[in-house]
Write a protein that binds this ligand. Structure first.
Ligand SMILES: Cc1cc2nc3c(=O)[nH]c(=O)nc-3n(C[C@H](O)[C@H](O)[C@H](O)COP(=O)(O)O)c2cc1C
Length: 240
């Protein structure tokens, strides 16, 4: 009896190693992170035949349920050797035409898109147990559209976009802050900050859109839309 009480206490007290290296405890327990998914069913009979309308319905729900950044998505690109890379960007618009984000065209992702415009976008909305995976082709938005969005951003964000040579090595944070301060002095009238040519939007025209809904016992729902060569979309259920 006494032995089992001691064993019980020892199990829950951190060991000496765990106190000295708290990260090691996380390393050992990562496989234990597990939850049951019990999302709403995603059924062929109830999805919209138009994937953008299906996305709109899910996105609208995400904006109500996800507290921060429901529009955050992972943008995946490939380089000239087909090496993949991925990072988060914010969705800033969508329509039947596709999905829009804004960035620096001279960034690492910008160079990769220039070399190969095929990209993937991934949304993960944990509170809804949902994922949306989009594959398509990225092209620059019009200069007018980029101007309109750029001018809608807060002054500080516009200054930073001009000041930051995104993805390049910089000597120090100080260098960036000095550059931003110089620009603030140059553009005393903040309405005059012009959009640099190397900053603007991309529209990703989708070819494939997959909706994933977490379900009980990992028997999830996946509905995948593909664009038909003659126009329009077809959808199929995929095994989880
Ligand atoms: C929540 C979040 C939102 C972001 N949104 C954008 C964005 O809309 N545009 C952008 O260029 N970078 C955004 N970033 C920064 C990118 O993830 C990335 O660091 C940057 O674009 C440089 O990527 P690259 O060097 O691969 O080109 C965001 C990062 C996070 C974490």
């Amino acid at each position: 009896m006494f032995g089992s009480v001691v064993r019980f206490i020892k199990r829950w007290l951190p060991g000496r190693d765990e106190v000295r290296h708290p990260g090691r405890f996380a390393r050992q327990s990562v496989a234990m992170l597990r939850r049951e998914y019990q999302g709403k069913p995603l059924e062929e009979a109830h999805v919209d035949p138009e994937p953008i309308l299906q996305f709109e319905a899910w996105f609208e729900e995400a904006t109500r349920v996800i507290r921060d950044d429901p529009n955050a998505m992972i943008l995946s690109t490939v380089d000239e050797q087909d090496g993949p890379s991925a990072r988060t960007v914010l969705l800033k618009g969508f329509s039947e035409e596709g999905f829009i984000f804004y960035t620096n065209y001279d960034s690492r992702k910008g160079h990769q898109i220039r070399g190969n415009p095929r990209v993937a976008l991934t949304f993960h909305w944990p509170d809804l147990m949902r994922q949306v995976c989009i594959e398509g082709v990225a092209g620059k938005t019009s200069a007018e559209q980029s101007d309109t969005y750029f001018q809608s951003r807060p002054a500080g964000s516009r200054i930073s976009a001009v000041a930051s040579p995104q993805s390049r090595v910089v000597a120090s944070r100080r260098e960036l802050e000095d550059r931003a301060r110089d620009l603030e002095e140059k553009y005393r009238d903040l309405d005059d900050i012009p959009r640099p040519d190397h900053w603007g939007g991309y529209l990703v025209r989708p070819e494939r859109i997959e909706f994933w809904q977490g379900r009980v016992n990992r028997l999830h729902d996946r509905i995948c839309y593909t664009r038909k060569p003659q126009g329009g979309w077809e959808f199929r259920r995929l095994a989880p």
